[in-house]
Ligand binder design. Structure first.
Ligand SMILES: [Mg+2]
Length: 254
């Protein structure tokens, strides 16, 4: 396999499952680090701050550089700071998103926002969703961290951020700007901040519809690993398959 400068790992289903590391991924990350290659991490999860992701990885024996961690919350904050500087932002998401926006220098308000940013927030109420619909109808730009419709829980599928963003979309007829994968914003921010070329970058993930499509949409090579959501046989049957498919990341060390 070709050597890359930037290996961009998805997290859930690629590097860990819940609180447990995927051992083969961890070994591959250590293998890269022994060669002086610091991996990047790109997750649609907007609930955790970058520091929380770093701590979670550290507990699993993976030392990640803080500025190599990209969550959809961090990417959303950077996107808004770039495209809507000096605008007033209302946050419908959790602490990770709020912190990322403050870190990016944005002014947070509770009323009359120029930009409404929606992220996963388990404390959302009907009233908060209704107010968000009014904000968008009053002209606020509608940005959402990620469009994941559902995620697995121990009880079955739970509604994801995309399900809630689509609720606002349905009511207002305004489609959100989705920042997370499969949109390529996270990869573009990594490329810009680290002065990379697209041919230097590889997107690694378990989910075809988010990780692999983000890489394909962005125009970089992709590696699908069969440790999570999408099965290898389904990836291979796609019109646009991944550049590489492996059962586990141990195959990358051969
Ligand atoms: Mg995943």
């Amino acid at each position: 396999m070709k050597k890359y400068k930037a290996y961009c790992f998805d997290l859930d289903g690629t590097v860990y499952r819940g609180e447990n590391p995927i051992v083969e991924a961890k070994e591959f990350i250590h293998y890269l680090q022994q060669q002086g290659i610091e991996p990047f991490f790109a997750t649609n999860n907007a609930k955790m701050t970058g520091a929380q992701v770093q701590k979670k990885l550290y507990k699993m024996g993976i030392e990640a550089k803080a500025n190599h961690i990209m969550t959809s919350a961090i990417a959303t904050a950077k996107y808004i700071a770039n495209h809507f500087p000096n605008k007033l932002v209302k946050v419908l998401g959790g602490d990770g998103l709020r912190q990322a926006l403050v870190d990016a220098g944005m002014k947070i308000v509770n009323e009359n926002p120029d930009v409404l940013v929606q992220g996963m927030n388990p404390e959302l109420t009907y009233q908060m969703l209704a107010d968000a619909c009014y904000d968008v109808q009053n002209g606020a730009v509608f940005v959402a961290t990620n469009g994941d419709i559902k995620y697995p829980s121990e009880f079955g599928f739970a509604p994801g951020n995309g399900a809630l963003a689509e609720l606002i979309h349905n009511v207002t007829d305004v489609a959100p700007i989705y920042i997370g994968k499969p949109a390529p914003h996270m990869l573009e921010i990594i490329r810009q901040e680290f002065n990379l070329q697209k041919e230097d970058m590889l997107m690694i993930g378990d989910n075809y519809d988010t990780d692999i499509l983000a890489g394909i949409n962005y125009g970089i090579d992709t590696l699908h690993v069969n440790t999570g959501v999408t099965h290898t046989k389904d990836v291979k049957a796609k019109e646009q398959p991944a550049t590489y498919t492996v059962d586990t990341l141990l195959e990358m060390m051969k």
